[in-house]
Every structure is written in structure tokens, then in C-alpha cells.
Write a protein that binds this ligand. Structure first.
Ligand code: ZN
Ligand code: ZN
Length: 815
């Protein structure tokens, strides 16, 4: 028999997913000898044996891989004839700077491990850190790459004899499972009270369950950080959590015992079910069942919002809600502003055990942080920052090296759309059609910050870092900026930042560029948005419609309703073709948090007569109004904004849907959409709201002042006399339709000025489903095919991704 030896290089998702053990078993079964080893991200495979058997092995490899593994490329590096074959071996990882490294994602508990922790006869019965080669923490526990146990935070737990046997047994599921552990050798739980005193108990999980049932708030250290847990049916505890976290309205995510529990309260489509039960196990935003409709909004009882219209007091709800809330979840407490609920399933054995031998069905699992700060990861840090919020702390001694939040996604246009890339997803790599001429480190935006690195033909986005509103958050960004290039063995050679100099990410980027003595490129915010969507869809030219919140424009005004023409081949920049007419923001950022200021500014700009009665209706004092008017007229601390987000704010304020002071980003718009949604399937005749098209300096502007004046002048009774909730819902829905019509007008104008017919929709406002659906269907009716985001968030979580490409284009054209 003729024997050969062939050496291959394999690229793809081949590390941290049980790839080498699987190959080992296959090779033994096929009677082949040789070896396999990791080479900084790729895998080298040597096969010895009958040449035909080897070829067959390679040809059928794709059908025999572990669930998480994926082969992108197999390359034959060399072959020769041999006379004898050696036993197949797994060799030590080779660290080599020339090779690509992929950082493995944290994976949710697998079915096999779940079975083991629930089986009293298994040695891992109720062991909260059970993992195997198919599941468990990775990204959050690695200290450096490549991913091997000695370079993780588990290295301080030497494996016991039985775990060692499993680890070394190629036919065991824990063969080279780097994060494996058991009761004997692995990490352990411990419990402390709100005064940092240890609570002695034999079973901390049982004790936590009892405390949850008694209505306590528990800080639980999980995979990527601490979460705060509360029984999701206990309205008093939820209120306490809201008070202590100073988070009156922002929705809480919940973790349900299993998918059947979720189906009891929410509409679960097949795509969402796949996502929920996948190894990513993100939070998925679902519509609740109609019977969950809220009887009373939370905020109607609070004096500050007394005059505010609830999204959920439509007549239909009121007459149907009599006995429906008796068995439902308290949605008005969990998510006061919407009819949706963010749900996830237990993704670690620790979480799973909270629902075992307990009558808990659903728990709030919200970020363990104070507002604006990132989630805590270290034990001492958690106590310092969460004391006063949590009653009990469930700690463990498996250290978290890098923070990782729960990922968040939704269904948009019948497909999954990711809103927050974190646990389970990131740091995934994207193929890029062009080549990066330098390793580009992109610093992202101020809100929903993450970073990205572009090199060769790849872009890797870091997990969500968060809003850079606190020193802790900025420290979090610094840590990731330190670790990421190091993990990937890619030294930054160029830094991309936002045009806005005051963003913490921009400042840090500038400092870093100076330290490393490398060039820096500024990228306009909305340009980065559009480029991110183009790159996601492999487009080289497009009209980018970006509806967003704040972002600095090249003219020093605030942009955010931009139609940009982008053509990578012919320009290193963009042409701005259309926008909304600018309006004043009296008090700058203060007006963003006080939408009624924006409304008054619209009234002032459109010269609408405002009397005492109107001011009273809107809860504005005459002094306030005078100051704001003066600011607008004299242009004192009243910057101009074009942003679509601000149009939604003002309109929500006009309908009194928004509280005068919002308590989280986008609250007014979120309520406006929730109210409009009530009529979405009613086939009601919508009102045509007017707007004006103005062409100026080769640009089209949409001027909205007529919409505000006509609505206000012609329908005064709707606003402060005889308004009904259905009237308000109809106007809210008509508003969405009107904004969509204006968007189409902008795009048609853009089409007349350019040769491309690719259209990309990006920016935070495109998280609004009603608006997205209207625009997409209007464009499709015109024979156009718009592209929306899927894997990259439409919000500022997509900025760093777009910055890498935009900076590369700019740099290449410069040199
Ligand atoms: Zn497992
Ligand atoms: Zn062990």
C-alpha cells in the first residue's frame, strides 16, 4: 500500500470550538496518523496514511464538524511519500505573529451540559460552572491569545484527576475543553449580604432562590459581568429596583425558565425562537400577546407626568383589560413605554439552576450597574458600586477578564437585526472586499461605544463597551483598546475617530495616535453610519439615508437626517445631497433631554402664536418660554440641528406622548411608535401631514414647520380640548407615514443627482420598525431595493465598523 503524508492549513472558526478534538476522533476512526495544531488562529493539519483515505477525509470534513466550527478555506501546503505512519497527536499551539488570530465568543450552555447539571447521578449535578468543548465562557476569561487554558482566568484551578482524564480523552466531550471544571477542582460560589458579610449556607443557589421569592434584589455574577435579578412578577420589588437604580421607565430585560414560559406571554416567531435557543442566546425583543395589554401606565400615577398620554390607554385596551392582567406579567412595570419585552433564556448553568426546584418562572436580569456606568465585573467593584441597590450578592471566584454584556436583537423586515453586539456574537470577523493598507483602529462613538480593527481583508468589531458617560466606562474602553490589538497581534498603524472632538473616544484616539506616533483620520458620524451599511452589503457606491440623533457635521452644525452620495471608486469622501431644515435646540443638549424645549423652538421658528393657556397645557412657565425664545432669536446656546431624532422628539412632545423630561435616550420616539403601532393593522385612513421641499445650494431640504403649524392651528381641540387616544394614535401613525414620504422624496432627489441605485438605510432612528417598513415598502413599490442593517447595528454600535472603511478609503486616496 502506498502511504502519503499531506499537510493542510485550515482557516475559519476553528479555535475554541472543539475543532482539534473532533479532527482527532475522525482521524483515529479513519486509521490515519499525523498531528493537528493551532497556529495563531489557523489550524495546521498533518495526515498520514493511504492517499485516497486522506483525500476522502478532507472532502467530507465539512459534514463532520462540531456545531460551532466553520471552515472557510483548506489549503494543501505540501505532500510526500512515507513508509510508515505515526499515531495521531494534538500538538501544542504555535504562536506566530504572522498568522491571523480569532478570539472565540462566549457560548451558551449546551444541551448535554444542561442534562448533566440536572441529573442527580452525574458528578456535575448542580455544578454551576459546568462547561464542555461546545459551550462556556471564552472571550470573557482569556488573558491572552491563543485560547488555551493556561492563558485564561481558569488557569488558577488545576484540573482534578477525573477532569484531567476527560481533558485528555479524545473521545470525551471535554477533550481539550479549556474552561472545564467540576465540584472538586473548579470555581465556587459564595454569598454575601448588603453589608459585605458572608452568608454561611450549604447551597448558595437555594438561598438565592428563597431570597428572590421573598422579593429581594440579588446581584449575580455571571459570564460577562454582574446582573441584577428580581422576580419579574413581584411588582413591589420591581418598583424598588426602579427606585434604587433611578430608572423609572427604561425597559428591563427578563430571563425566562424556558421557551414555553416565553410563549405564554410573548409572540414567538421561528426566527426569534432559533435565536433565543442558539448558543448566542441573546436578549430578543418580542411583541407581547394582546392579552398582556396594559391597564394603566406606570407614569400616570406620578405627578410629574400627570398630563402625559399613555401609549396604552386606547379605548380598546380599556374595555378588554378587565380580567386579563390577573394572570399576566406586569408589563406596565417591566416595560412601561412599549408593548414589547426583551427576553432571554438561561445561558449558563448558574442561571439555569435558579429556575430548578423553585417556582420562579421569569426573572428581571438587568445590567449590574448604576445608570450610565458599565456593568461590574470584579467582586470588590460590584460591592462598591451596587451596595444600596442589591440586597444580596452572589459571587464566584472565576474571574472575568473582559466585560461582555448580553447581546440584543430584534426582528426587522422578517430577519434578525442586531442592536447590541456582545456576548455570543463578538468579536466576529467580517470579510472586507478591499484591503486595508494599514492596521486601522477605529474608536467608535460616544454612545453605544465599541471599537473595531481593520487589517488585511478583515474587520473585527469588539463587543459593546457602552455609553462613555462615566469614568468607569472610559476605563472600560481603555482596557479593550489595550487588549484587542494585542490579542489579534495587530499593532494599530492608523487611528480613526469621529469628527466630534469632545467625544471620549475621539480624545482617547488622539492621545493614542500621539503616543504611537501614527496618523489619525476623522470620520463624519453619519458618513460612518452609511459606510457601515454599505460594507455590510458589499456595496461600493450608494445613496445613504441616515436618520439619527446627534452627530457633528462638516459645517459645525448638528446633522442627523442626511442623504449622502458615496462612491468609493471616485471619491474619498461623500456628497451631502439632502437633509431636514435645521431648527434651534435652546440649551443645546438640555433640549434633547427636555423635548418640550424642542417643541417650543419649533413653535418659535414657525411663528406660531403661543398663549398662556398653551404654555400651561405643555407644562412650560412663561419665564422658561421667554428664555428659550431669547436663546433661539439671539442664537445664544441654541445650536442648529438637522437630526431626524429631534423631529421625533418634538412630535412626541407636541402630542404630549413624551414626558417633558425624558429618562432615557429616545423615550419620546419609542412611545410615539408604540402608540402608532396600535392602529397599524386597522386599515384606517391616514392624515396627510404637510411638509415643504426647499432646494438650496444644490441640496434638498425638508422643512417641517408647516406640519407643526397646520396640526396645531387646525386641530387645537385635538391637542388640548377633546383629544381621544385614537385621535392621537392616528396622528402618530400618520406622522410615521409622512416622515417616510419625505424620506422617499429625499431619495428620489438623490437618484436624480447620481448614477447609483443602491440605497442604504442607517442610523439609530431606523430601529423604528414602522418607519423602516413604510420606507422600504414605498421604495420597493418604485422598483428600488433598499438595504438595511442585519449583523451591524443601525445605531451608534455600528460607527466603529464604518470608521475603519471610511478611514481606509480616505487614507488610500491621500497617499
Ligand atoms: Zn456543554
Ligand atoms: Zn475536576
Amino acid at each position: 500500500m502506498k502511504l502519503s503524508k499531506k499537510i493542510y492549513e485550515i482557516e475559519g472558526i476553528v479555535q475554541g470550538v472543539g475543532f482539534r478534538p473532533a479532527i482527532y476522533c475522525l482521524a483515529i476512526k479513519s486509521g490515519l496518523g499525523g498531528w493537528i495544531k493551532n497556529c495563531s488562529g489557523k489550524v495546521r493539519l498533518c495526515l498520514e496514511g493511504n492517499s485516497i483515505v486522506i483525500d476522502n477525509f478532507i472532502a467530507t470534513l465539512n459534514n463532520n464538524l462540531p456545531i460551532q466550527a466553520k471552515i472557510d478555506k483548506i489549503k494543501l501546503l505540501g505532500k510526500n511519500n512515507i513508509t510508515s505512519i505515526n499515531d495521531f497527536k494534538i500538538l501544542e499551539s504555535e504562536i506566530n505573529n504572522d498568522f491571523k488570530v480569532s478570539i472565540p465568543a462566549d457560548l451558551a450552555m449546551c444541551k448535554d451540559c444542561e442534562k448533566e447539571i440536572l441529573d442527580p447521578n452525574n458528578r456535575r449535578y448542580r455544578y454551576p460552572f459546568t462547561t464542555c468543548v461546545n459551550c462556556g465562557p471564552r472571550y470573557t476569561v482569556v488573558n491572552s491569545m491563543p485560547y488555551d487554558r493556561c492563558r485564561t482566568t481558569l488557569s488558577k484551578f488545576p484540573l482534578c484527576e477525573r477532569c484531567t482524564q476527560e481533558y485528555k480523552d479524545p473521545f470525551n466531550r471535554r477533550f481539550h475543553a479549556e474552561s472545564t471544571a467540576c465540584h472538586t477542582c473548579g470555581p465556587t460560589l459564595f454569598l454575601k449580604d448588603g453589608n459585605n458579610n458572608t452568608i454561611r449556607c450549604t447551597d448558595p443557589i437555594k438561598s438565592v432562590i428563597e431570597n428572590l421569592q421573598q422579593g429581594k434584589i440579588i446581584a449575580i455574577k455571571g459570564i460577562g459581568g454582574f446582573l441584577l435579578a428580581v422576580n419579574a412578577f413581584d411588582t413591589n420589588s420591581i418598583q424598588t429596583l426602579r427606585d434604587r437604580k433611578n430608572r423609572p421607565d427604561k425597559p428591563f430585560a427578563v430571563m425566562a425558565k424556558n421557551i414555553d414560559v416565553i410563549k405564554k406571554y410573548c409572540k414567538v416567531d421561528p426566527l426569534s425562537e432559533d435565536m433565543l435557543t442558539s448558543s448566542i442566546a441573546p436578549i430578543v425583543i418580542l411583541n407581547t400577546l394582546e392579552k398582556q395589554a396594559k391597564k394603566k401606565p406606570l407614569y400616570s400615577n406620578q405627578s410629574i407626568f400627570q398630563n402625559v398620554i399613555s401609549p396604552f390607554s386606547l379605548e380598546t385596551d380599556i374595555c378588554n383589560s378587565e380580567n386579563k392582567n390577573t394572570f399576566g406579567i406586569p408589563l406596565e412595570m417591566l416595560s412601561p413605554d412599549t408593548n414589547t419585552l426583551g427576553v432571554m433564556l438561561p445561558y449558563s448553568p448558574l442561571h439555569r439552576l435558579l429556575f430548578e426546584n423553585s417556582n420562579l418562572e421569569m426573572l428581571i436580569m438587568t445590567s449590574g450597574n448604576r445608570g450610565g456606568e458599565p456593568i461590574c465585573i470584579r467582586n470588590e467593584e460590584a460591592f462598591d458600586r451596587l451596595k444600596g441597590i442589591a440586597d444580596i450578592f452572589l459571587y464566584h471566584n472565576r474571574d472575568i477578564n473582559l466585560r461582555n454584556d448580553d447581546s440584543l436583537c430584534t426582528i426587522q423586515q422578517n430577519d434578525i437585526q442586531i442592536w447590541r453586539r456582545a456576548r455570543g456574537f463578538a468579536p466576529e470577523s467580517y470579510k472586507y472586499n478591499f484591503s486595508f493598507s494599514k492596521n486601522i483602529l477605529a474608536m467608535g462613538s460616544e454612545l453605544k461605544n465599541n471599537i473595531a480593527i481593520g487589517f488585511n481583508q478583515e474587520i473585527i468589531v469588539s463587543p459593546h463597551i457602552g455609553d462613555l458617560e462615566s469614568p468607569e466606562a472610559v476605563d472600560g474602553l481603555k482596557t479593550v483598546v489595550d487588549c484587542f490589538p494585542e490579542f489579534l497581534k495587530k499593532k494599530p498603524e492608523l487611528i480613526a475617530i469621529d469628527l466630534h472632538p469632545d467625544m471620549h473616544s475621539s480624545r482617547l484616539g488622539k492621545k493614542l495616535a500621539q503616543e504611537l506616533d501614527i496618523p489619525i483620520i476623522k470620520v463624519q458620524h453619519h458618513y460612518a453610519h452609511a459606510v457601515s451599511c454599505m460594507t455590510e452589503h458589499n456595496l461600493n457606491n450608494a445613496l445613504g439615508l441616515v436618520f439619527d440623533g446627534t452627530g457633528l457635521g462638516t459645517d459645525n452644525n448638528i446633522w442627523g437626517a442626511e442623504l449622502l452620495h458615496i462612491d468609493f471608486a471616485n471619491s474619498n469622501d461623500f456628497d451631502r445631497l439632502a437633509s431636514f431644515s435645521p431648527v434651534h435646540l435652546p440649551g443645546g443638549d438640555a433640549a434633547v433631554y427636555n423635548p418640550v424645549r424642542q417643541l417650543m423652538s419649533r413653535f418659535i421658528d414657525s411663528a406660531i402664536e403661543i398663549d398662556e393657556q398653551i404654555l400651561k397645557w405643555y407644562g412650560v412657565s412663561e419665564t422658561e418660554f421667554r428664555i428659550w425664545k431669547m436663546q433661539c432669536k439671539n442664537k445664544i446656546n441654541a445650536p442648529l440641528t438637522h437630526a431626524a431624532g429631534r423631529l421625533f422628539d418634538s412630535f412626541a412632545a407636541l402630542l404630549k406622548v413624551s414626558p417633558n423630561k425624558i429618562t432615557y435616550e429616545g423615550q419620546g420616539a419609542i412611545r410615539l411608535e408604540a402608540i402608532a403601532e396600535k392602529l397599524i393593522n386597522n386599515n384606517c385612513k391616514l392624515i396627510d401631514l404637510p411638509f415643504t421641499l426647499i432646494e438650496k445650494k444644490n441640496m434638498l431640504f425638508i422643512d417641517w414647520s408647516r406640519m407643526f403649524s397646520s396640526l396645531f392651528e387646525n386641530n387645537k381641540d385635538i391637542f388640548y380640548k377633546k383629544q381621544t387616544d385614537t385621535d392621537i394614535a392616528l396622528i402618530a401613525l400618520s406622522f410615521h407615514k409622512t416622515v417616510a414620504s419625505a424620506a422617499v422624496k429625499m431619495i428620489e432627489y438623490g437618484l436624480s443627482k447620481s448614477t447609483t441605485d443602491n440605497i442604504v438605510l442607517s442610523g439609530g432612528v431606523f430601529m423604528n420598525k414602522i418607519l423602516t417598513n413604510y420606507i422600504v415598502s414605498d421604495l420597493k413599490q418604485k422598483g428600488l431595493k433598499p438595504f438595511i442593517h442585519k449583523n451591524i447595528p443601525p445605531n451608534d454600535g455600528g460607527i466603529s465598523f464604518g470608521q475603519t472603511v471610511a478611514a481606509n478609503i480616505k487614507y488610500n486616496k491621500k497617499t
